[in-house]
Design a protein around this ligand. Structure first.
Ligand SMILES: *[C@@H]1O[C@H](CO)[C@@H](O)[C@H](O)[C@H]1NC(C)=O
Ligand SMILES: *[C@@H]1O[C@H](CO)[C@@H](O)[C@H](O)[C@H]1NC(C)=O
Ligand SMILES: *[C@@H]1O[C@H](CO)[C@@H](O)[C@H](O)[C@H]1NC(C)=O
Ligand SMILES: *[C@@H]1O[C@H](CO)[C@@H](O)[C@H](O)[C@H]1NC(C)=O
Ligand SMILES: *[C@@H]1O[C@H](CO)[C@@H](O)[C@H](O)[C@H]1NC(C)=O
Length: 345
């Protein structure tokens, strides 16, 4: 996290560079989009087990990822670990910074920028920004194992509401993620072992069928609303990122990508999935206070770092897909915007 003053200084510089007047606006050619800024609305899946996902995803096209400086938002990353779409109660890992609260944080940030620079000056910064929305998975996670489509049916309208609010505040490019293969995450595979054999079923990849079905239902809703949003809101581009399909492809061809281990955590408390204790690596184990954790020698051979959050290597591959427009509907190639600050910062 951003703890050192060096990190803060870099974040400040990036912030200034990002919001300085651009000499040349957008250099996009048809089929490509060169965002000048990135705003993130997400849960902890946007922050890798051993590296920040936006960093891994976007540093090769030069879009800076800014940070929360520890006391207040100087950040353009509004994500929080445990963030849901709907407020949930009694979940130790949940966060009050739900999607609507993150959108509110963005609106406050924008008001400050507009007050300082004027509406006309500020508008293009938002119109040409990429709004990264990866949310809803925790609503499902926290509802497991008994979650039904009820939670999803309630979640979807609130996702629409949040994106509509972003649109009303100038967003025109939304990168909307579906949910990846949490049904194969070591932490869930471990947790679901407590149920009697036959309660849940496992597919050929070793993933939990019933969880996969729930995720697929969520994803089909997200895909549908991506299409509808783009139809209903003039000028809005919604790029649907089929993270589930990309994840499945890499899992089924993992050797080709240098992975040896999809279903075991790199860091964990031992056992079949290296997740004994049911706790995330580094967090207090929930059920077995005496579990000790070990970290694998080479995280790049693993899908997940801590049983839920993916490794840098995994994110790098997902990042390459996105930048190349793969698993994106409509497909768009992301490129680096020319955004030169005028004068001394
Ligand atoms: C975070 O940023 C705010 C606003 O610039 C500043 O007042 C505060 O001191 C910063 N906190 C840290 C820990 O750098
Ligand atoms: C680029 O700028 C043009 C004209 O200012 C605008 O119509 C278009 O939407 C912009 N393209 C992108 C991808 O932001
Ligand atoms: C969720 O919505 C779908 C489609 O409208 C509906 O078929 C289903 O019965 C709903 N589920 C619940 C639990 O309300
Ligand atoms: C889009 O508009 C249609 C028709 O008004 C409405 O039924 C649908 O719910 C809207 N969808 C979204 C995602 O806004
Ligand atoms: C954990 O270790 C302590 C000290 O060795 C022991 O007293 C306690 O019973 C252990 N707890 C469990 C749940 O195994």
């Amino acid at each position: 996290m951003a703890s050192s003053s060096t990190t803060f200084a870099i974040a400040t510089l990036l912030f200034a560079a990002l919001f300085a007047p651009a000499k040349s606006a957008n250099q996009s050619s048809p089929g490509s989009f060169c965002p000048t800024a990135l705003f993130t609305f997400a849960d902890s899946l946007s922050d890798g087990g051993n590296r920040d996902i936006e960093e891994a995803r976007f540093d090769n096209i030069g879009i800076p990822s800014l940070e929360f400086n520890g006391t207040e938002f100087v950040s353009l990353d509004f994500a929080y670990a445990g963030a849901t779409v709907l407020q949930v109660e009694n979940q130790p890992f949940s966060s009050p910074h739900i999607f609507s609260a993150q959108v509110d944080d963005f609106v406050r940030h924008q008001q400050t920028v507009v007050a300082r620079n004027g509406r006309e000056q500020s508008e293009p910064w938002y119109e040409n920004a990429l709004f990264y929305v990866e949310i809803g998975g925790d609503d499902i996670n926290f509802a497991l194992p008994l979650g039904t489509d009820t939670v999803i049916n309630h979640t979807i309208p609130a996702v629409i509401q949040g994106i509509a609010t972003l649109y009303n505040h100038g967003a025109r490019h939304v990168l909307l993620f579906n949910m990846p293969r949490a049904d194969c995450s070591p932490n869930y595979l471990q947790a679901f072992q407590q149920y009697p054999a036959g309660t849940f079923h496992y597919d050929n990849d070793g993933c939990i069928v019933e969880v996969g079905q729930l995720i697929s239902y969520f994803n089909s809703n997200i895909q549908r609303l991506a299409t509808e949003l783009a139809q209903n809101y003039t000028g809005l581009n919604v790029y649907y990122s089929d993270w589930f399909a990309a994840n499945t492809y890499v899992m089924e061809n993992m050797n080709q990508y240098g992975f040896t281990n999809a279903l075991q955590s790199c860091c964990g408390g031992g056992g079949k999935f290296n997740c004994n204790g049911d706790g995330l690596c580094g967090c207090a184990p929930l059920n077995e206070p005496n579990v000790t954790y070990t970290v694998c020698n080479d995280p790049s051979q693993y899908f997940t770092f801590d049983g839920i959050h993916y490794t840098q290597h995994f994110y790098q591959i997902m990042s390459d897909f996105i930048i190349a427009g793969q698993y994106l509907t409509p497909s768009v190639k992301l490129c680096k915007a020319v955004n030169e600050p005028e004068g001394p910062l």
